[in-house]
Design a protein around this ligand. Structure first.
Ligand code: M6R
Length: 365
């Protein structure tokens, strides 16, 4: 079943171009360069006062990227929290809001409890799920399926990029209905999403370079991941993936937070992975990178050809991903952090598909 791959995780990483292509095909009419006709929703994006997202683990981090998209493109305020905190906090919810739940399995106990709390507080319920017949899907007014087939590896990969792609598409649906995008911007974002499957295929070609970098990472005791804007949740996901399967301690930070504490950790034994494809925030992130370098930290820069040409010399090692629109850059960068975690863990001989202490679906509280 693993085909030519050593682990399910590696197979699932390579299934991502197809998985996101199915999602894009569902929401986007490639020929007409517009949104596809989608089934009616149980809520109306145009009049929503706000949106609340709850999820756990990697699914939560997908939602965190979604916050950047929904707020900047659709001007829709989005509150997000991990389901295990949200459910016990008894947050006040404005009637008529949208509550969205993200879950690969659709059975995560805390996420389901958060859903039931929102359902009893006059919220429209929507879910982004992979398992279509799951409890979370059954209890939702609108279901956005991930269409990525069974995910076997405990470490979520293709479900994560399918979640991101679904949220990216939905943020465009919301932006269109709310009329928040300036002329011409909408088509550019549609084109960006249309280009996504090919960009992910190209990103996979960085696998050998990343395996080389993983050699050094596998000897580290701690690793720091930095990112800004919508790349910040990808830094968190990079740290989560690495911890989960290689058991190396890792932390993700917003690049701008570095000087507020974590910089104290930096010395010449600490690899610092900076996720900075070229965009309007790159210069700021690069100045954080220089602060790390000045203290002897080993920088691994994940960027694109433009970013590498300008800033590559600051880094000890560079991963070059395809040049894409900044809208989809977090999805493309996900492939790099997944491969980094994978190669590190595989090199260390870890049980990549069944990491210790973890279950695929967390149905206990
Ligand atoms: O099935 P779910 O998406 O609700 O699961 C949520 C988390 O348990 C899950 O994403 C977990 O963090 C993964 N093992 C991460 O790789």
């Amino acid at each position: 079943e693993k085909g030519p791959y050593r682990h399910f995780m590696l197979k699932e990483i390579h299934e991502q171009p197809d998985a996101v292509s199915r999602v894009v095909g569902r929401y986007i009419d490639r020929a007409e360069r517009t949104l596809a006709q989608s089934p009616p929703l149980s809520f109306d994006f145009a009049t929503l006062p706000r949106m609340t997202v709850s999820a756990c683990g990697t699914a939560y981090l997908a939602g965190l990227v979604g916050k950047y998209w929904f707020e900047s493109l659709a001007r829709l305020p989005l509150d997000i929290d991990v389901a295990s905190e949200f459910r016990y906090r008894q947050p006040p919810l404005q009637p008529g809001g949208l509550a969205m739940f993200i879950s690969q399995s659709g059975e995560t106990a805390d996420t389901l409890a958060a859903l039931r709390y929102c359902a009893s507080n006059d919220q429209h319920i929507a879910s982004v799920v992979n398992v279509a017949e799951s409890t979370i899907a059954r209890e939702s007014g609108s279901v956005f399926p991930l269409l990525c087939g069974p995910e076997i590896g405990v470490a979520s990969t293709k479900a994560f990029t399918a979640q991101l792609t679904t949220l990216a598409c939905l943020s465009l649906v919301a932006a269109k209905e709310r009329g928040t995008l300036p002329d011409g911007a909408f088509e550019k974002l549609i084109d960006a999403l249309t280009a996504l499957p090919a960009a992910l295929s190209q990103a996979l070609l960085a696998s050998d370079d990343i395996a080389e970098i993983a050699r050094g990472i596998s000897k580290a005791k701690d690793v720091l991941f930095l990112g800004r804007g919508a790349l910040y949740p990808i830094a968190l996901e990079g740290a989560l993936k690495l911890k989960e399967i290689s058991y190396i301690h890792a932390e993700g930070y917003a690049a701008g937070e570095l000087k507020h504490g974590p910089i104290a950790l930096v010395d010449d034994t600490l690899p610092v992975i900076v996720i900075a494809p070229s965009d309007e925030l790159t210069d700021k992130t690069v100045s954080n990178m220089q602060e790390v370098r000045a203290r002897g930290g080993q920088i691994i820069l994940i960027t694109d050809p433009k970013g590498a040409a300008i800033h590559g010399s600051t880094a000890a090692q560079t991963v070059i991903l395809p040049q894409v629109h900044s809208f989809i850059a977090p999805i493309v960068a996900s492939v790099a952090i997944q491969l980094l975690a994978y190669h590190t863990a595989a090199m260390m001989g870890a049980d990549v598909d069944q990491p210790r202490n973890l279950a695929k679906s967390v149905t206990v509280e």
